[in-house]
Design a protein around this ligand. Structure first.
Ligand code: MN
Length: 264
């Protein structure tokens, strides 16, 4: 058999030269879900719940299986462009129709963990992204941009949603930074460690929920609830993030993996 990039990949995986990092949080009933302001009468996304059908018992002597239910946007999950009104008229914009090439793409990891720790309402700016590019090189077209906030380390704590009387306080984006990534860098989308791709206070931003509004308006995707971004290089990882093929789906819980070179 002749060698190819794929046979190299298989060998590098077998030898450990390339390792696989799981960027997925475990889906369980305690998985935090996005809480929208209730005063508008907006609908509620079901939290994850699971019910045992049988476990090698009288309900099924040789098999174990469960029913589960949750909203499409629960835990580590994918946002398709159809999720937002600004993305509703694109073609191939739902979980079943998105081009599969969107699901395998390189990752640029922008570290804003220090800023997020200092200010839970930190909003990433164009200047912040350009400072990162000055160090690591320009974000390549067709990349995922991953926002490292280290927020996933708090998933078992109230600090994850960080709610107070005026809503949630978690990091996000300045609107023009999202426009820059969509228009000037033509990314596949952005991924974050927080419960959604926008800041906790994004209902009060202009436009409301700018990352959703602008990214999906540009027919681009999102990933929320990621973890282990601190294990990835700034550049060089390959992300694998296919959502469930729900017909017309706006998103789905997703197992997200990253391939990266082992440190030498
Ligand atoms: Mn979502």
């Amino acid at each position: 058999m002749s060698r190819s990039s794929l046979t190299d990949l298989v060998q590098d995986l077998a030898s450990g030269a390339i390792k696989i990092i799981d960027l997925t949080a475990t889906l369980e009933p305690s998985t935090p879900t996005l809480k929208l302001p209730t005063e508008f009468g907006w609908g509620v996304s079901w939290p994850f719940s699971i019910e045992e059908i049988s476990r090698y018992d009288e309900r099924g002597p040789a098999w174990y299986w469960n029913n589960f239910k949750c909203g499409e946007h629960t835990g580590t999950h994918f946002d398709a462009p159809i999720h937002w009104v600004t993305g509703k008229d694109h073609n191939d914009h739902a979980t079943d129709s998105l081009p599969v090439e969107s699901f395998v793409a390189p990752a640029c990891v922008i570290d804003a963990s220090k800023e997020s720790a200092e200010n839970p309402d930190f909003l990433m700016s164009i200047e912040f992204i350009k400072t990162w590019e000055a160090e690591h090189g320009q974000i390549e077209e067709g990349s995922w941009v991953l926002y490292r906030s280290d927020w996933s380390k708090q998933i078992k704590s109230d600090k994850y949603l960080n709610e107070s009387d005026d809503g949630s306080h978690t990091p996000g984006w300045q609107p023009d930074a999202v426009t820059f990534l969509a228009d000037e860098r033509n990314v596949v989308g952005v991924g974050v460690e927080t419960v959604g791709t926008d800041a906790g206070q994004a209902a009060a931003q202009e436009p409301m929920f700018p990352c959703h509004n602008i990214m999906h308006g540009a027919n681009k995707c999102g990933l929320a609830g990621l973890k282990n971004l601190d294990l990835l290089p700034a550049k060089g990882a390959l992300l694998i993030a296919p959502p469930l093929k729900i017909k017309g789906g706006s998103g789905s819980p997703t197992r997200v993996l990253a391939l990266m070179m082992s440190a030498v």
